[in-house]
Design a protein around this ligand. Structure first.
Ligand SMILES: [Zn+2]
Length: 128
């Protein structure tokens, strides 16, 4: 099974660079926490379950960006996210705590960005 890391409507870090994606809850920890080494990088026009697809209407068309090598997965309260990980968040606007909270509010709703929420940070290097 191929593991896919999906970004909604914005691209990944440049090839050869390391990046971090912060997601709320344990879903991504469960997907990537154990033994996964590479992930497909997909940019999706909207959130969806199941496999990405590059064909189809514009409502559900995903763009394949290449392969990422998984470096690690961090899990903990959002306020404890290490600054070293925050500083390589793949979205430049989210490289400060305030910016990351705003981004999580946008993605998950108003309750999402609090310091106490449990978050998963997926750390990868983009290989292609
Ligand atoms: Zn997709």
């Amino acid at each position: 099974m191929n593991h896919a890391l999906k970004n909604i409507d914005h691209p990944f870090v440049d090839i050869g660079h390391a990046g971090v994606t912060v997601r709320l809850g344990t879903k991504w920890l469960d997907l990537f926490g154990d033994g996964v080494r590479t992930v497909e990088l997909w940019e999706c026009s909207l959130a969806h379950e199941g496999a990405c697809r590059s064909e189809g209407n514009s409502e559900h068309r995903c763009t394949y960006h290449g392969v990422g090598k998984l470096l690690g997965v961090w899990f903990g309260a959002l306020r404890n996210l290490p600054v070293e990980l925050l500083s390589i968040e793949h979205e430049p606007k989210s490289r400060t705590r305030v910016g990351l909270r705003q981004s999580l509010w946008r993605a998950y709703g108003a309750d999402a960005g609090h310091d106490q929420v449990m978050a998963t940070a997926i750390i990868y290097t983009r290989m292609s």
